[in-house]
Design a protein around this ligand. Structure first.
Ligand SMILES: Cc1cc2nc3c(=O)[nH]c(=O)nc-3n(C[C@H](O)[C@H](O)[C@H](O)COP(=O)(O)OP(=O)(O)OC[C@H]3O[C@@H](n4cnc5c(N)ncnc54)[C@H](O)[C@@H]3O)c2cc1C
Length: 389
């Protein structure tokens, strides 16, 4: 592949930059920095503007309300948003919808996809259970057929977004007599369905995630995506798309640039950290890895444009992005000293508090979306053709 943008893609990037320069205000950035991951009033207004221009479904086919642009263009779009501190990386649009386009029935696509684009449908992910995380095939939540419905009982944990999403994408055991991997199915249904209880769990960075309890939850059989027993495969495809999106390089580029700017500052009359050759050497190492990640991002987008689902590539991207984020935050804390711990809102905060936030968040990224040890197995087996460990 050619890693350079075509003139048309460059023009598109300029168009987005122009739009963002006009519509992204300090107030919007402040709202995003202080309102967690769900959009506040300014965020909703901004998302509506994006929706009106058809930019939310930029890489979707036109028949489902998208712009039919390439995945490279979608990547450019989300990267430009990130560079402006606009993190409305909506997994529903960038990963679940992609899996729906590949695996759902035409009727389900016509039903869900336009509602996802309009923002009516936001879906959280119900895979992990107290006894099944990396080992997803060990899921015990049951979905048993009863006439035209399934009755679901069980518990999910770490269901991020369940307190504001409208629907859940739930992996449950629907074929109890089938082998472990072949007995699971994915269902989509509203979180407002009777029998669903959501309870909060707070992480050290402040992000809220949830436990979800399912007690005799009745959903129509038509809520199943794919065929009975195909859930493990459906989840794997959606997770590949999720890892591509999680592995974006732009946040790291922004954090590294901010760290370099801080390193040039003289604080309390001391020599600026950039004068230290060890600091310069570490910054160069980080720069090279951020560039490596940028190339991996483009490669995954290009593969999707070729009709392929990045698999070992998505895992490589996710491993590199999560470990690099942690390394970058660690280096930032080491170089900036106690000042580095100041958080957004403090008058003396360096780098807008991004490094401190990243330092608290990044340990979670190494296992959220699938633990990195498991990703390394995927790279070894599916990417390099090595035998199972
Ligand atoms: C903040 C947060 C948000 C999350 N959001 C969601 C969400 O929205 N939806 C959802 O479904 N899940 C979510 N998760 C769950 C996440 O996907 C799981 O934590 C992850 O898959 C690991 O599962 P586990 O926690 O059960 O750990 P385990 O699977 O018990 O793993 C524990 C450790 O053992 C290692 N390990 C396990 N098996 C192997 C193996 N075969 N080889 C080598 N090492 C192994 C792991 O790498 C890890 O280091 C979230 C988690 C967090 C913390």
């Amino acid at each position: 592949m050619d890693f350079r943008y075509t003139p048309e893609q460059e023009r598109f990037r300029e168009q987005i930059r122009g739009f963002l320069a006009e519509h992204v205000s300090e107030e919007l950035r402040h709202e995003i920095a202080t309102s967690g991951h769900s959009p506040g009033p300014l965020g909703k207004q901004f998302l509506r503007l994006l929706g009106e221009r058809g930019w939310l479904g930029i890489g979707w086919p036109r028949e489902y309300g998208g712009q039919g642009r390439s995945m490279i263009e979608q990547t450019i779009f989300y990267h430009e948003l990130d560079l402006q501190d606009i993190h409305y990386g909506n997994l529903t649009i960038t990963s679940l919808a992609m899996a729906l386009m590949k695996l759902a029935s035409e009727e389900q696509r016509q039903d869900y996809l336009p509602r996802i684009l309009s923002g009516e449908l936001e879906i959280c992910l119900g895979y992990t259970e107290p006894g099944a995380g990396s080992d997803l095939a060990g899921i015990t939540t049951r979905a048993l057929r009863d006439g035209d419905e399934y009755v679901i009982n069980g518990q999910k944990v770490f269901t991020t977004g369940a307190h504001y999403a409208s629907h859940i994408w739930l992996l449950a055991r629907s074929e109890p007599d089938a082998p472990r991997h072949k007995g699971l199915s994915v269902f989509i249904f509203p979180l407002a369905t009777p029998g669903v209880t959501v309870r909060p769990i707070f992480t050290m960075e402040g992000i809220r995630t949830n436990e979800v309890f399912l007690d005799d939850v009745r959903v129509p059989a038509a809520a199943m995506i794919g065929t009975p027993g195909s859930g493990f495969y459906t989840a794997a495809v959606a997770l590949d798309y999720e890892r591509v999106f999680m592995g974006k390089y732009t946040k790291l580029r922004r954090n590294l640039d901010a760290l370099v700017r801080e390193c040039r500052q003289v604080v309390d009359g001391s020599a600026p950290p950039i004068d230290d050759p060890v600091v310069r050497d570490r910054l160069v190492g980080l720069h090279l890895d951020v560039e490596r990640l940028r190339l991996l991002c483009l490669k995954s987008a290009w593969m999707i444009d070729q009709g392929r689902v990045p698999n070992a590539e998505a895992s490589a991207q996710k491993v590199l992005a999560s470990e690099l984020e942690q390394r970058l935050a660690d280096e930032g804390m080491r170089i900036l000293g106690p000042r580095g711990q100041l958080e957004y809102g403090s008058p003396h905060v360096p780098a807008h508090g991004h490094l401190a936030q990243s330092w608290l968040l990044s340990p979670m990224l190494r296992f959220g979306g699938g633990a990195n040890e498991i990703q390394r197995d995927i790279i070894a087996q599916r990417g390099l053709g090595l035998p199972r460990a």
